[in-house]
Ligand binder design. Structure first.
Ligand code: SF4
Length: 354
C-alpha cells in the first residue's frame, strides 16, 4: 500500500501555508461540536443520532488512517487548548509519573464510561451533553494551568488510549495545528513520534499498566459491549451494573490471552502482537457496528441510523464488514511501518529528551 508524503516539515513553507486552512477547519468543527451539544440538550433524538450514530462510527476509521486530522480538529481538544492559544495558560509541566497516572486514569475512564452508553448516554441527550461539558471543563481548567496537550489530549482524554492503539501506522502526517512551538510537554510526544503505539512509553509502571490494559483488554471489551442492549430503564444499581458484565468478561478473556502470548514473545514480535490486537479491536467494532447502523443489528433499534433491513439482502452488511476486516489487518498488521507521526512536530522552543 502506498503512503502519501505531503512534505510538511517543521517550519517549512508548506506547513506555514497550511496553518490558516487548519485554523478554519478547526473553527468549523468546533461549531459542529457546539451544534451537536445544543441538539443533545434541546433536541435529544437528533443530538444522539448525530453523535453516536454518525460522528462516533466514523472516528475509529479516521483514527486508523489519518489520526493527525482528528487530533487537529477535535472540538473538545480545540476548547481545552483555548487557554494556551490565548496566552492564558500557566504552562506548568508534568513529571513522567504524573503523566503516567493521567494515562492510567484515561484508560480506566474509557472502560468505566463506555458501558454507561447502554445505561444512559445512548438514549439520553442531556446526560450526554453533561458528560461532554464536564470533560470540556476539566480539560479547559487543565489547559489554564498545564502546557499544551500534556493533561488532556495526551493524558486524561478517554479516547487517547484508543488513539495510541489504532494510530500506529497512519497513512500520512499533517502539520500540528495546535502547538505553535514544541515545548516538550509530553515525552515522548504521541503526536510527533513516528509509529506511536501504547508500549512505546514505558517510563513508569503507570504507563506500562495503561498499555497492557488497552492493548490486551480492548478487543474483548468491544466484543462484550456489543452483546449488551441499550437499557432504557436503568433505574436500579443492578440494571446499571448489568451493562458492565459482558464487556468485563470480554476484557478479561482477551487480556489474559494477550498476557500469556506476550510473555512468550521477543520484543520485536511484541510489536506485531500489539498490531494484531489493534486490528482485532477495530475490526470487531465495525463487525457489529455497521450491521446495527443499517438495521441488521443484534438488538433491533440500538445504534440504528437507517433501516435497510427490507431493502438489502442479508449478505451485504457481512460482505462490507468482511472487507473492512481484511482492510484493517492489511493496514495495521501486514503493512510495513512507514515512520510517519500523527502530526509534524513544530520547531522546538527548547529541546529536552527526558
Ligand atoms: S508537539 Fe511538543 S508541545 Fe505539542 S503536544 Fe507534542 S510535546 Fe507537547
Amino acid at each position: 500500500m502506498s503512503t502519501v508524503n505531503y512534505n510538511f516539515k517543521p517550519g517549512n513553507q508548506s506547513s506555514k501555508n497550511a496553518l490558516p486552512v487548519w485554523r478554519m477547519i478547526q473553527f468549523l468543527f468546533w461549531l459542529v461540536g457546539v451544534c451537536i451539544l445544543i441538539c443533545l440538550i434541546f433536541f435529544p433524538p437528533i443530538g444522539t443520532l448525530l453523535l453516536w450514530n454518525i460522528l462516533i462510527p466514523i472516528a475509529p476509521l479516521l483514527i486508523v488512517v489519518a489520526l493527525g486530522v482528528w487530533r487537529n480538529i477535535c472540538p473538545l481538544a480545540t476548547t481545552n487548548l483555548l487557554p494556551r492559544h490565548f496566552g492564558l495558560s500557566q504552562k506548568k509541566r508534568l513529571s513522567q509519573t504524573q503523566s503516567g497516572k493521567l494515562n492510567l486514569i484515561g484508560v480506566c475512564a474509557l472502560y468505566l464510561i463506555v458501558p454507561l452508553r447502554h445505561a444512559i448516554f445512548n438514549t439520553n441527550g442531556p446526560a450526554t451533553a453533561a458528560l461532554i461539558i464536564i470533560m470540556a471543563v476539566i480539560g479547559f481548567c487543565a489547559g489554564l494551568i498545564y502546557e499544551w496537550k500534556s493533561v488532556w489530549c495526551s493524558g486524561l482524554c478517554p479516547i487517547h488510549p484508543v488513539e495510541k492503539l489504532y494510530g500506529g501506522n497512519v497513512l500520512f502526517s499533517v502539520p500540528n495545528a495546535h502547538c505553535k512551538q514544541c515545548e516538550n510537554c509530553v515525552i515522548p510526544c504521541p503526536d510527533s513520534t513516528p509509529n506511536m503505539h501504547p508500549s512505546l512509553t514505558e517510563k513508569t509502571i503507570f504507563h506500562r499498566i495503561s498499555a497492557m490494559l488497552i492493548i490486551g483488554g480492548f478487543p474483548g471489551f468491544i466484543w462484550g459491549w456489543f452483546h449488551v442492549p441499550d437499557e432504557v430503564a436503568a433505574t436500579t444499581i443492578k440494571s446499571l451494573l448489568s451493562v458492565y458484565k459482558f464487556p468485563f468478561i470480554g476484557f478479561v478473556v482477551t487480556l489474559s490471552a494477550y498476557l500469556i502470548i506476550n510473555s512468550l514473545l521477543t520484543k520485536e514480535k511484541r510489536r506485531l502482537l500489539t498490531r494484531i490486537f489493534a486490528a482485532s479491536a477495530v475490526s470487531c467494532y465495525y463487525w457489529f457496528r455497521i450491521p446495527s447502523l443499517i438495521g441488521f443489528g443484534k438488538f433491533a433499534n440500538d445504534g440504528l441510523l437507517i433501516n435497510l433491513k427490507n431493502v438489502l439482502p442479508i449478505w451485504i452488511p457481512y460482505l462490507i464488514v468482511t472487507m473492512l476486516t481484511i482492510f484493517f489487518f492489511i493496514f495495521l498488521v501486514l503493512r510495513k511501518e512507514n515512520n510517519f507521526s500523527w502530526v509534524i512536530r513544530p520547531e522546538y522552543a527548547v529541546k529536552k529528551t527526558s
